[in-house]
Design a protein around this ligand. Structure first.
Ligand SMILES: [Zn+2]
Ligand SMILES: [Zn+2]
Length: 111
């Protein structure tokens, strides 16, 4: 039935599958190691003792670029509408601070 598949081909598939698994799991392993390294160093797992976590909504900048309708308008028309209106939209998730206090660290400090 499967005699046309040679042993070397089977081995090749095995190695390919292993490499695929390694590629998929590599970022997870990396984050796991860095987290365990941080904890072994007595650092916060979440923020690395920065006590702040960057806002994912504005990526730590505190303001949001208002994409969408403005990006479709030619740049001279955008300046006519007012560039400040477009670029200075403050992030309401972090209240324009760009970061949050780390929940793990605030837990420790409150005790
Ligand atoms: Zn934000
Ligand atoms: Zn922390």
């Amino acid at each position: 039935m499967l005699e046309h598949i040679t042993a070397s081909e089977v081995a090749g598939y095995g190695v390919g599958a292993l490499l695929l698994c390694a590629t998929i799991s590599a970022p997870k392993i990396d984050s796991f190691i860095s987290a365990s390294q941080r904890s072994s160093l007595g650092m916060c797992k979440k923020c690395g003792d920065l006590r702040l976590i960057a806002c994912s909504n504005c990526k730590g900048s505190g303001s949001l670029r208002q994409d969408g309708i403005f990006s479709l308008i030619p740049s001279d028309e955008v300046s006519f509408l007012g560039k400040s209106k477009m670029s200075s939209l403050s992030c309401n998730k972090c209240r324009a601070r760009g970061n949050f206090p780390c929940p793990e660290c605030s837990k420790v400090s409150s005790t």
